[in-house]
Write a protein that binds this ligand. Structure first.
Ligand SMILES: O=P(O)(O)OC[C@H]1O[C@H](O[C@H]2O[C@H](CO)[C@@H](O)[C@H](O)[C@H]2O)[C@H](O)[C@@H](O)[C@@H]1O
Length: 380
């Protein structure tokens, strides 16, 4: 990869919200009707590091950060018996209808429009597994993504490093955005050049000319440093794993005994307090450390649409499918634009900015296959 640019990062402007350091702010749902654990609190007082961690809601967020994927007899988030959990899920479906049962409605709306597809990776195209290095997507899923990309421009928008997610997906016909959209590779088009002054021409692994956009490139040395510090400071916590996602770092605690989650939070807090230009967000059993810039998956979606010449257009229908809190930024952008649909992938009720839902990656695959069938049969 040929990288020459020295970009200036778009600066996050809401750092002083409620006078709280941004690293202590996290995704706050619109109002958790089903799971009160999802209501995250903002620290009222800061008398010490441990107080910060307890009162900031880090632990609450860590507890509620992912539905269980192994235990099937209980909804651990609410400790509801199966029948109640099922009832809660069915009630939730009234607010976020299944994209499969609403398929006709979606395609009716898509008539005469060009669909642009955005897919998150972990938990959307591949099931959540204990070892992040083994989150492989199935061959059937790969085939479905390949087919759908023949008909609709398709981009993967992941928190992973772009190289890693490409390694997992392995399809050259897609656009890729890694590090929560802070590392985007797309086609060389006229609109890509004007899409953002920070875009540069580069070459991909196949030697093809591409447009590269890395709004946080100035943070690379800092991310390397924080990665090394996090590895060092968590090395004695059994099960903790630190992943370098190039422009952000993930600290996984899925395999850490729950009794030590506080220690994980404490160590991460201790490290990032030395880096005031970094912030922390919560994912599924993962703490994500990233640059404090005004860029997220939502901005990445707009960037890709613009690069492809598909923005500002009434005849484009963007669809974004994702399962995590960081995907909410993209759902929100589509909702605010009043064009396009967010589809949340979840087997448990949770508040979202999405319009529709799918239960798990197997339903995502069914949805992608249905899009292909619809397109073929409509002869459009
Ligand atoms: O935006 P995404 O593509 O969804 O990436 C978000 C994070 O995904 C990965 O972690 C998650 O999936 C792992 C594998 O199933 C799982 O072990 C982990 O608990 C999940 O949080 C990835 O490893 C992270 O770096 C991404 O930030």
């Amino acid at each position: 990869m040929d990288l020459k640019s020295n970009h200036t990062a778009p600066v996050l402007t809401d750092q002083s919200t409620l006078g709280v350091h941004n690293s202590l702010l996290q995704y706050s749902p619109r109002g958790a009707a089903f799971s009160s654990n999802l209501l995250l609190t903002i620290p009222r007082k800061k008398t010490g590091v441990l107080d910060d961690i307890r009162s900031s809601g880090w632990l609450d967020a860590m507890m509620s950060s992912s539905p269980p994927h192994k235990k099937i007899n209980k909804d651990i988030q609410n400790e509801l018996p199966l029948a109640d959990a099922d009832f809660a899920y069915r009630s939730w479906l009234l607010k976020y209808p299944s994209a499969l049962t609403s398929f006709e409605k979606i395609t009716n709306f898509a008539k005469g429009k060009r669909i642009a597809l955005f897919l998150d990776y972990d938990g959307t195209l591949s099931p959540i597994v204990d070892d992040p290095d083994c989150a492989f997507m199935s061959n059937n899923m790969r085939l479905s993504v390949k087919k759908v990309a023949r008909y609709f421009p398709t981009a993967i928008i992941s928190g992973r490093s772009r190289d890693k997610v490409y390694e997992f997906v392995g399809l050259t016909e897609l656009y890729y955005a890694g590090s929560h959209g802070m590392d985007i590779i797309g086609p060389v088009t006229k609109s890509a050049c004007v899409a953002h002054s920070n875009s540069i021409r580069s070459t991909d692994k196949q030697g093809k000319e591409v447009t590269l956009f890395q709004p946080a490139s100035e943070f690379l040395p800092m991310i390397e440093e924080v990665y090394d510090s996090l590895v060092e400071s968590t090395k004695d916590i059994e099960g903790a794993k630190v992943e370098n996602n190039k422009f952000c770092v993930s600290v996984h605690y899925r395999n850490v005994d729950e009794k030590s989650w506080m220690t994980v939070a404490q160590r991460v807090h201790d490290v990032i307090k030395e880096f005031p230009r970094l912030r922390l967000t919560h994912g599924r059993k993962v703490l994500e450390v990233r640059p404090m810039i005004d860029w997220d998956k939502g901005k990445a979606v707009l960037f890709v649409l613009e690069s492809l010449g598909l923005s500002n257009s009434d005849d484009v229908l963007p669809i974004y499918v994702g399962d995590d809190r960081t995907d909410e930024d993209a759902f929100k952008v589509l909702r605010e634009r009043k064009s396009g649909y967010g589809i949340i992938v979840s087997s448990a009720p949770k508040e979202s900015n999405a319009y529709y839902s799918l239960r798990d990656p197997s339903e995502v695959m069914e949805f992608l296959n249905s899009l292909v069938m619809w397109k073929k049969s409509s002869g459009l």
